[in-house]
Design a binder for this molecule. Structure first.
Ligand SMILES: Nc1ncnc2c1ncn2[C@@H]1O[C@H](COP(=O)(O)OP(=O)(O)OP(=O)(O)O)[C@@H](O)[C@H]1O
Ligand SMILES: [Mg+2]
Length: 347
């Protein structure tokens, strides 16, 4: 019997990426993976600005990665996505789903008729004798989702679902809570968007979307050194060039920018600890291209006094015959958590 298949499509600021996953005998198998760079400016701050240009890159991705399926699951993550822990009046799951719009109306900072809603139940709680379901309420402005859907349709594909990017990252790179003492934070650092998601035992507890990423480091170097973006990008990615005596000023700007970023992530982690009263974090897992910045992981480990490791989204699946060489797989793995996690959530 053929297994179930899903394709996760991540429309990032710098690239589009797709992962095709099939569940065979209970095991998710990665069958296809690919990524294609986007022209600058067509996706801004996590929102599709130019659906036609994005559609062209998606078409190119489908042919280059030889993806046969047309149904895709999309990720959403930007400033107009709202995620908060809330307590909703207890009722059976289907009724809760049906009444979500009414229960959420006063809780989300946007007109409820213009929002796409989701609720992830975490636990039941009793407050002053009343029974509630505590969980994460997700609301995304509909027009943000629509521009991604438009790009997908223009590429000749069918949007089969939309998922919060943070949940995808958690699925593909979180430990699932096995053998961990305290909460774990999974942080995907992109070009312009960083997803921070905290889980305990695999259950998502906290999500924060920061409009910050690797491009902010490049941007600071461009601005302060007066060099072109391509040059700043190359310099940023080469720790040896950055360490050269002639690059002392570049190094200072790079370090200051990375330090600023680390402070933002630390802020989210400290906020979770303070507001949840939870045990100390057991570890932080990093994914995304921005996590590769030299020294970032060590700085973050020092700032949050917690071990920081790089995530391995390809370890969450069995890698099939993707057609990519081991070197190519190694190169793309840091950027694979979102599409792999989106596909995993849909199979
Ligand atoms: N080796 C490296 N060293 C430092 N930075 C890197 C390296 N490789 C990639 N980056 C940075 O990673 C960022 C891109 O990461 P990624 O591809 O995960 O983002 P994206 O998904 O396209 O964008 P976003 O998630 O923000 O919408 C860029 O800022 C890029 O400069
Ligand atoms: Mg990304």
């Amino acid at each position: 019997m053929a297994g179930r298949t899903a394709v996760g499509l991540d429309i990032g600021t710098s690239s589009v990426r797709a992962a095709q996953v099939t569940v065979t005998k209970g095991t998710p198998v990665l069958e296809r993976f690919g990524q294609v760079a986007l022209p600058p400016g067509v996706v801004r701050d996590g929102e599709v600005i130019d659906p036609d240009a994005v559609a062209e890159s998606i078409k190119h991705l489908w042919s280059s990665a030889k993806i046969g399926k047309k149904d895709v699951v999309l990720g959403v993550s930007n400033q107009r996505v709202f995620v908060r822990q809330v307590d909703l009046s207890w009722m059976p799951a289907d009724e809760l789903k049906a009444s979500l719009k009414y229960q959420a109306a006063d809780l989300v900072p946007m007109p409820i008729d213009e929002a796409v809603l989701d609720f992830v139940p975490v636990e039941e709680v009793i407050v002053e004798g009343q029974r509630y379901v505590r969980g994460l309420l997700v609301a995304a402005a509909e027009d943000v989702v629509l521009s991604s859907i438009q790009a997908v349709q223009k590429a000749g594909l069918r949007p089969a679902g939309v998922d919060l990017t943070s949940f995808a990252v958690l699925r593909a790179s979180g430990s699932g809570g096995l053998g961990l003492e305290g909460p774990e934070a999974v942080v995907d650092i992109g070009a312009r968007v960083t997803n921070v998601v905290v889980h305990e035992g695999g259950v998502p507890r906290f999500v924060r979307i920061l409009l910050l990423g690797g491009d902010d480091v490049t941007g600071a170097m461009v601005e302060r050194l007066g060099i072109p973006a391509e040059e700043a990008e190359m310099l940023k990615r080469d720790p040896q060039a950055l360490a050269a005596p002639a690059a002392a000023e570049a190094r200072r700007i790079f370090d200051a920018s990375v330090a600023e970023f680390v402070e933002e992530v630390r802020g989210s982690i400290d906020f979770y600890l303070a507001s949840s009263g939870s045990r100390p974090f057991s570890r932080v897992v990093l994914t995304g291209g921005g996590a590769l910045a030299s020294g970032l992981a060590q700085r973050l480990a020092t700032a949050v006094r917690t071990p920081v490791v790089l995530g391995h989204p390809f370890a969450a699946v069995q890698v099939g015959k993707t057609g990519l060489t081991p070197e190519q797989m190694q190169y793309v793995e840091p950027m694979a958590a979102v599409p792999v996690g989106l596909a995993m959530g849909a199979v």
